[in-house]
Design a protein around this ligand. Structure first.
Ligand code: SF4
Ligand code: SF4
Length: 315
């Protein structure tokens, strides 16, 4: 086990501006049966890729043969301050407003991996930012980045809440594991469950096939009646469970923690009337990065039309 290499890597991650960084052993996740049962119940919806490469998702040693450690990092993309609501608008989830987190994280992680490969040619260093089947959240918990809440999201250490995107670097080097955070962050709280517009959350389980985030971005078909009748204003993605969580509320302390500047700015909401009329050039102009392009033009228009219809029906 190399303390020096661990310090070198974590130092590089801090210098690169990651809000959180830690290390865990590259062992299989603890409860693969729960993930498999969730998939078998159909809660992954049309996300067929979740079932592919299941062995790699469960065990990073299948993804990178000989893997011994996983370095986990997190960027904080928002501080949870409330949105100004615009009449006739639909909101965009905060992680999608600024830059594309895949690119933002990868362009800092890849040079670090490259430098480590040069200095330690006997080892492999593989960067994963949604680009490989790996259970980022499970490893992040083990690496001490935070704990999982009933909404199944990572609640970051130090008051960072769940406004976090995750990345990993799997390596064959044996690093010193960081300490995991003890305890349950939720206790008797049920705020995220109560706030979910589509009742998608059970404690520590989200039915993605009922989740607005999945339905507005990934789901190609006609949404179910309960989705049409919901009373929220999310056009692309959904932050309702994070907004409701006491760990993710803005405080003086959490605001001081700041967010990575690459995620600042962006469009918080769009006029539904405009989106239903979008032509491909409008979508091309607006959806300037891969996160926003995850939903094609027709899905943006469908989402906007559904919100408009529901508002009209409610008078
Ligand atoms: S993202 Fe929205 S719909 Fe999905 S679980 Fe959270 S509150 Fe529910
Ligand atoms: S809202 Fe409450 S129950 Fe949900 S994750 Fe946060 S602390 Fe846990």
């Amino acid at each position: 086990m190399s303390d020096d290499l661990t310090e070198e890597i974590l130092g590089r991650m801090r210098t690169a501006g990651f809000a959180l960084a830690g290390v865990c052993d590259a062992r299989p996740i603890d409860r693969p049966d729960m993930f498999e049962a969730w998939l078998q119940a159909g809660h992954g919806g049309e996300m067929d890729w979740l079932a592919k490469h299941l062995a790699e998702r469960i065990d990073p040693g299948v993804l990178v043969p000989g893997a011994r450690s996983v370095v986990c990092v997190a960027d904080r993309y928002a501080d949870g301050r409330a949105d100004r609501r615009e009449p006739g608008h639909g909101r965009i989830a905060r992680y999608a407003r600024g830059g594309d987190y895949h690119a933002i994280m990868r362009e800092r992680l890849e040079p670090i991996a490259e430098a480590l490969r040069d200095r330690h040619p006997g080892h492999r260093f593989r960067v994963c930012v949604d680009s490989a089947p790996i259970a980022e959240r499970d490893h992040a918990v083990r690496a001490g980045l935070g704990r999982i809440g009933k909404h199944t999201l990572l609640i970051g250490s130090g008051g960072r809440g769940s406004w976090l995107v995750l990345g990993c670097m799997v390596t064959t080097a044996q690093l010193r594991p960081s300490a995991a955070m003890p305890g349950d962050p939720c206790g008797s709280c049920t705020r995220c469950i109560d706030a979910c517009p589509t009742r998608a959350i059970e404690p520590w389980k989200v039915k993605a096939d009922r989740c607005i985030s999945y339905l507005t971005i990934e789901h190609a078909g006609d949404p179910a009646a309960w989705f049409r009748d919901r009373s929220d204003d999310w056009l692309f993605g959904c932050d309702a469970c994070i907004e409701a969580c006491p760990h993710s509320q803005p405080t003086q302390r959490s605001r001081r923690l700041g967010i990575h500047p690459a995620y600042a700015g962006g469009v918080a909401s769009l006029s539904l009337e405009d989106v239903v009329r979008w032509q491909s050039r409008d979508w091309e102009r607006f959806a300037s990065h891969g996160v926003l392009r995850r939903a094609p033009l027709e899905r943006w228009r469908r989402n906007a039309a559904l919100l408009q219809q529901r508002r009209q029906a409610r008078g």
